[in-house]
Design a protein around this ligand. Structure first.
Ligand code: ATP
Length: 365
């Protein structure tokens, strides 16, 4: 087991800047997620840590050792690739046993570990098959098993559950998290699935365009996103955004949007005055914090038309139309809603409101 430290990592492919000055640390035994949209540089970062890409710049430490010049096999990392890279001529058993045989584990220990991992991954009945006789999801579990079967210093995982069906995926993510915690193996895990990131990570590094935009515990990234991109990337349905102009009127600070005027309380008015670079903000509020009511209530801020209601079992996702905006709210099934096409009052508590500077896209509140 070991900590990992990445400092000022850069990697270019021809004209594409894949990784643009990425720094982060992973504590010994920590489970860290690199989260971001396709092409943001997650895989390239992981491959640099594994030693499969040579960085143009930056330093990578595993433990306290600078590993930039170490070949992959000497870094003691086990990596699960997006492509499964199984040995086609070997059975599933032999694929799983291979990393242990390479390291000269005794036969009995190999058998014990392979069986344990196969049980965890629910592939015990496939041990005699060849990879070509497996479905995509089964092949992916064998590939994951090959990394889990031994205890390296670091696990590096690139979307290891992407090909599993929804139920198996949710089962596997809990099992993987438990195994990681039981064994305490430092892990860097790449995904573009925000729910997976929230469920599994001790910390999440949210990436966009080759950079880390925020690196913190899941609840911090969710509750206090540092900018508009992070705010919009986490959460399903995503956060609602409304543009507004900041107006000073009779020494009051008012957020003036197309669909409402919102007078800020004193402390918040001061924070906005001190931190805003222009006069435009973006107001953000999450669907689950919206309060819908037929009659106007103390929380009500604006009115919207009920556009669509999607029953989700224990709650509704309510699509609302207000001016040009299509907003999404999550409401308990006990909420009384007007019929489709009619108006509903919408509000949200002040402490759940996010305010971003429209120019810098950074969070002000
Ligand atoms: P995904 O989730 O789609 O796998 P990612 O966040 O892992 O995406 P990377 O695979 O790291 O992204 O790619 C980052 C950028 O670098 C992309 O624009 C990609 O096209 C480019 N890139 C990655 N590998 C190569 C390569 N070998 N040659 C050229 N360009 C590459």
């Amino acid at each position: 087991m070991a900590s990992v430290r990445v400092l000022g990592l850069r990697k270019k492919f021809d004209k594409t800047i894949a990784v643009d000055g990425v720094s982060f640390d992973v504590k010994d035994g920590e489970f860290v997620i690199l989260l971001g949209p396709s092409g943001c540089g997650k895989t390239t970062t992981l491959r640099c840590v594994a030693g499969l890409e040579i960085p143009d710049d930056g330093e990578i430490y595993i433990g306290n050792k600078l590993v930039n010049d170490l070949p992959p096999k000497d870094r003691d990392v086990a990596m699960v690739f997006q492509s499964y890279a199984l040995y086609p001529h070997m059975s599933v058993y032999d694929n799983l046993a291979f990393p242990l045989r390479m390291r000269k584990y005794p036969k009995q220990e190999i058998e014990k570990r392979v069986k344990e991992v196969a049980r965890l991954l629910r592939i015990e009945n496939l041990l005699d098959r060849k990879p070509r006789q497996l479905s995509g999801g089964e092949q992916q579990r064998v590939a994951l098993g090959r990394a889990l079967v031994r205890n390296p210093q670091v696990w590096l995982m690139d979307e290891p559950l992407s090909n599993l069906d929804a139920k198996l995926r949710v089962y596997m993510r809990a099992e993987l998290k438990k195994l990681q915690k039981d064994l305490g193996i430092t892990t860097i895990y790449v995904t573009h699935d925000q729910a997976e990131a929230m469920a599994m990570g001790d910390r999440i590094a949210v990436m966009d365009k080759g950079k880390i935009l925020q690196y913190d515990e899941p609840h911090v990234v969710y509750e206090r996103p540092s900018n508009i991109f992070v705010a919009g990337f986490l959460g399903s349905p995503p956060m609602n955004f409304i543009e507004a102009t900041v107006v000073e009127r009779d020494s009051q600070v008012i957020l003036s949007a197309d669909i409402f005027q919102y007078q800020l309380p004193g402390d918040l008015a001061r924070i906005i005055r001190e931190n805003l670079t222009g006069d435009k903000v973006v107001i953000g509020f999450r669907p689950e914090h919206m309060i819908l009511s037929i009659e106007k209530s103390p929380e009500s801020i604006f009115q919207a038309d009920v556009y669509v209601v999607e029953p989700m079992g224990s709650s509704y996702v309510v699509d609302l139309k207000a001016g040009e905006y299509l907003l999404k709210a999550i409401s308990p099934v006990t909420t009384r809603l007007p019929p489709i096409g009619e108006k509903v009052w919408v509000g949200f508590p002040l402490d759940k409101m996010h305010i971003f500077d429209a120019k810098t896209e950074k969070a002000i509140f």
